[in-house]
Design a protein around this ligand. Structure first.
Ligand code: HEM
Length: 174
């Protein structure tokens, strides 16, 4: 069996190269566009965190809420929950804690790796990317990680890819 990172590389690279993500990476998102992204991330992380986490240091919901509050205080608005977000939240809600673990790997390691680059380029303080103890948070996921998760992680990547496509459509629609 391939190591998890290798077995999910094709989808990772596709997600990484989605135009919305690319513009986030290059510091080209407006505050309203970034707020719309945060409004998709919040229900995803809230749903995961209502089911459970391997370690409390992973918790992201309050951090994401702080980023949302910061932009909202500036008068920025974005109130749409995209179809792909609704579908992913519905899917996550149907999982047991054990079944959820591949999605914890996907979403939390995304913040710990790519996210640390994003922190410097997004139009907010990027509290979402701040961990009190990132090594502790990372190790809590690494300890339970299994190569057998590849199919489920790839499924999670498909939801993320769909979300980035919808975000780009929203930007194009203005
Ligand atoms: C511009 C966007 C992105 C960049 C620049 C980026 C970059 C990276 C980098 C440099 C790593 C570490 C690779 C290594 O250890 O050699 C990584 C790992 C990872 N990324 Fe991304 N990434 C991006 C987007 C995403 C997205 C959108 C997701 C998921 C929704 C994601 C999920 C992951 C995961 C799960 C890992 C951990 C792989 C492992 O070590 O097991 N990334 N990313």
């Amino acid at each position: 069996m391939l190591p998890l990172k290798e077995a999910t590389k094709v989808k990772h690279d596709k997600a990484e190269r989605m135009p919305f993500n690319n513009r986030m990476f290059k510091g080209q998102l407006t505050k309203a566009q970034y707020l719309l992204y945060l409004k998709q991330q919040l229900p995803i992380f809230q749903t995961i965190e209502s089911i459970g986490l391997p370690h409390d240091s992973l918790k992201r919901s309050l951090h994401i809420q702080e980023d949302i509050d910061e932009l909202t205080a500036e008068g920025i608005r974005a109130d749409l929950m995209l179809k792909s977000t609704q579908e992913y939240v519905k899917y996550l809600s149907s999982l047991t804690y054990e079944q959820l673990l591949p999605h914890i790997y996907l979403n939390y390691l995304a913040i710990m790796f790519g996210g640390q680059i994003m922190k410097k380029t997004v139009p907010s303080s990027g509290r979402m990317y701040d961990f009190d103890d990132m090594q502790e948070a990372l190790q809590s996921v690494r300890k339970v990680q299994k190569d057998a998760w590849a199919g489920e992680v790839n499924k999670g990547f498909d939801f993320a890819i769909q979300m980035f496509a919808e975000l780009e459509d929203e930007c194009a629609a203005g």
